[in-house]
Design a protein around this ligand. Structure first.
Ligand code: GLN
Ligand code: ZN
Length: 737
């Protein structure tokens, strides 16, 4: 059996690319040095794959910023000032980064393209803009460059490109309402040119990624897919094409995919278990190569090799050839477990990062080709690790189980309905009209970072570290008093990350020290690994909130990260449902809420910025998700008495999909992102079931621009007009961090 990989993490060991990029942007690193770092990351990735025995080694999976932006450049879907294309020179870094981050081109300021989540992952891609003026032209400089680079190292690669349908569907129409699907034919012609060029350079196989097929697609869109791939394959001068889908099952698109005139099809059998039955139902792919995505690119658990081998046995009968493959790019997992020097030794053997996943692919291929005995030792080690995980006393906590069982199907709610609570809160808090507040964090100052680093390294003792945190709290509390805010925050100086901070103090988590995963551009996160039952041994935030409250007579808002966000921004256990895991998280976070309330915290915010991104890709699955997600949230907050004001915060403006869920959270106040979209989301709220307070952000904290006072006043005025003054709060868009 042959093996294939979609792509490798591109941030490099020790986040080498981040350092090079940020150095380049700051003028400390030259373009040549940046290119050198990038080339060395690509070389290391290729060599690691070759050493592991991978047959289909990808190229063009690397990106200096984002693969969707690269695809837009590939087909010339860029503004006229961009340059390049049409056989000209490769465009420089300046226009590329200007599109990504904003900047200048020909002396004119350039606004960056919008960022949005790459399907249901925490990776953000840039959104190309397409309109009547879009003039597609193939610009193969990057894909050919990386192909040549690899072949000079003696490595034949399979170039990876974003497919034409997904590129159109992930782009935005300018002006809105413009029919982007109408651009399919000229777009495909640009791809035809790229494929011909790759063919001339000896490429045998190319991969076209079409993850859009795992969402529901209309008959028109599926028709467009057929037309695109017919046009793409008509000419003979092209490599073999594998169309790749991932992040779920392809559903009703399976018969269409089966009949496409391509040579290979990639399916995800990790997040798309249903693909096996779907494939059977259409009689398999007798004339195609199946790239079977059986090694999970979205999670970090060691593969169950025996189970996967059994699955591969079944799949082998369903295609002309079955290739053992990752389920998607490994960009969504950290680079190498071997980089973890201090990871919990019990848990480490249960995990598999990108490098370890390459080994898994190799073992699976060898076992199916040469028989199980040829990889006896690897299989035995895998069995032992899985057994240890299954039987570990650290995974199951009987006390947590009992607590969850006692809950049964109960659907906890606040003890009184919103109007009553609002009265109780008003008499307790006595807030003015249009109360002002912030979202929680203040900037992490250099002093704080230095103190935390010294404390972690053991150079600063607990007492001194705490003193520096209290000092910072004093500073932000008096700042807020001076400014005249109504509901204060303590500023979250103790948190460098809103998920890791809590994960570090809950049971059931380990925190990989080097487990960086790209979020966008040079930005990376280190998701905690949630391996076992979750509980809260001791208060996590109480000390800081209580201290802040002791320094002021105004209410200080307690600040917690919600259970759905804890789940979404971690790598979570796969041995129970996400719903079950979220209940445990909710009970643990709820314990903190109870303590905060008992200590006199009258306003408590439970942040759920990830609630919306958790929406399943298929609409049919959404109501089920929203039901358990909102119940988990209510499990946290149901203990809040009528006079305790519960806030939540969500940082996105597209509320439409979840506006109903807002009512089901049973909260008192929500703060939202709204400034950038000019309060556009308020329309969704006018007729919504949700009747509580609303703080549409009036200050876009993600932009370096300082707004004029009259702009802010205008936004507040607009909000008052739409929602009425009684429900409104005034606050920024997101944390000031
Ligand atoms: N309370 C958090 C903060 O202010 C919320 C962060 C977020 O919305 N992502 O930083
Ligand atoms: Zn936010």
């Amino acid at each position: 059996m042959r093996t294939a990989v979609h792509g490798m993490p591109r941030i490099g060991p020790g986040r080498a690319l981040k350092r090079a990029l940020e150095g380049y942007w700051a003028g400390r690193v030259t373009a040549d040095q940046l290119e050198e770092t990038a080339a060395s990351i690509r070389r290391q990735n290729w060599q690691t794959m070759v050493a592991a025995g991978i047959d289909f080694v990808p190229s063009n999976d690397f990106s200096l910023y984002d693969h969707v932006l690269d695809a837009a450049v590939l087909v010339g879907a860029v503004p006229p000032w961009f340059g390049g294309g049409g056989g000209g020179d490769r465009p420089g870094l300046e226009p590329y980064f200007a599109l990504a981050r904003g900047g200048e081109a020909n002396g004119q300021p350039v606004a960056p393209l919008e960022l949005t989540k790459w399907f249901d992952t925490n990776y953000h891609h840039l959104v190309p803009e397409l309109g009547p003026g879009t003039d597609f032209r193939a610009d193969g400089a990057k894909v050919v460059g990386e192909l040549t680079e690899a072949s000079e190292q003696g490595i034949a690669t399979m170039p990876a490109l974003l497919g034409p349908l997904t590129l159109l569907l992930r782009s935005s129409a300018r002006p809105t309402g413009f029919d982007v699907l109408g651009l399919l034919d000229p777009l495909v012609d640009a791809y035809v040119d790229v494929l011909a060029e790759l063919q001339r350079r000896g490429v045998r196989w190319v991969r076209l990624d079409e993850p859009s097929l795992v969402e529901e697609r209309s008959a028109e869109e599926l028709g467009a897919l057929e037309r695109a791939y017919r046009r793409l394959t008509e000419r003979g001068d092209r490599p073999a094409i594998a169309i790749s889908t991932f992040f779920g099952p392809v559903g009703e698109a399976m018969p269409v995919v089966r009949d496409l005139p391509v040579e290979g099809v990639g399916l995800d059998f990790c997040l798309g278990r249903e693909n096996l039955d779907l494939l059977r139902d259409v009689g398999g792919l007798p004339d195609k190569v199946l790239f079977a995505g059986v090694v999970d690119g979205r999670n970090v658990w060691a593969n169950d090799l025996e189970a996967t081998l059994a699955e591969l046995d079944r799949l082998e009968e369903l295609a002309r050839e079955t290739v053992v493959s990752t389920s998607c790019s490994l960009l969504h997992v950290p680079l190498a477990l071997s980089a973890e020097e201090s990871l919990d030794p019990d848990v480490a053997p249960w995990l598999s990062f990108a490098h370890e996943k390459l080994e898994e692919l190799a073992v699976l291929a060898r076992a199916s080709g040469e028989g199980r005995p040829s990889v006896d030792q690897a299989l035995e080690a895998n069995r032992a690790a899985l057994r240890a995980r299954r039987e570990s006393a650290r995974v199951v906590d009987p006390a947590v189980r009992q607590r969850v069982a006692a809950l049964g199907e109960a659907d906890p709610r606040r003890s009184s309905p919103y109007p009553e609570r609002a009265r109780a809160q008003q008499s307790a808090l006595g807030l003015p009209r249009l109360p002002t507040t912030t979202i929680g964090s203040f900037p992490q100052t250099p002093e704080l970072r230095t103190a935390r680093a010294a404390w972690r390294a053991g150079r600063l003792d607990d007492a001194e570290y705490r003193r520096s945190l209290r000092h910072e709290i004093d500073r932000v509390v008096s700042l807020q008093e001076e400014v005249g805010l109504d509901v204060l925050v303590h500023g979250e100086p103790e948190r460098d990350d809103m998920v890791r901070y809590f994960a570090d103090q809950l049971t059931g988590f380990v925190l990989p020290a080097e487990g960086w995963v790209q979020s966008y551009g040079s930005r990376c996160v280190r998701p905690p690994v949630l391996y076992g039952d979750v509980s809260r041994p001791a208060p996590m935030t109480l000390e800081w909130t209580a201290y802040a409250q002791s320094r002021t007579t105004r209410p200080v808002k307690g600040m917690l990260t919600g259970p759905v966000t804890m789940l979404r921004w971690s790598f979570v256990r796969d041995d129970q449902s996400q719903a079950a895991t979220t209940v445990q998280l909710a009970l643990a976070i709820g314990d903190e809420l109870v303590d905060l309330q008992a200590a006199g915290t009258a306003v408590i915010q439970v942040d759920e910025p990830a609630l919306r991104e958790g929406l399943p890709l298929r609409r049919a699955d959404r109501p089920g998700y929203l039901a358990w997600a909102t119940r988990a949230f209510r499990l946290v907050t149901s203990a809040a008495g009528p006079a305790t004001q519960v806030h939540t915060h969500m940082c996105y403006a597209q509320l439409g999909d979840i506006v109903d869920a807002l009512a089901d959270l049973d909260i008192d106040v929500v703060s939202l992102e709204a400034a950038r979209a000019g309060m556009g989301l308020l329309g969704d709220l006018v007729d919504a079931r949700y009747r509580g307070g609303v703080g549409p952000g009036v200050y876009d904290v993600h932009s370096p621009t300082v707004p004029e006072l009259d702009q802010l006043v205008a936004l507040v005025g607009q909000a008052v007009e739409t929602l009425g003054v009684e429900r409104l709060w005034v606050n920024p868009d997101c944390g000031l961090k």
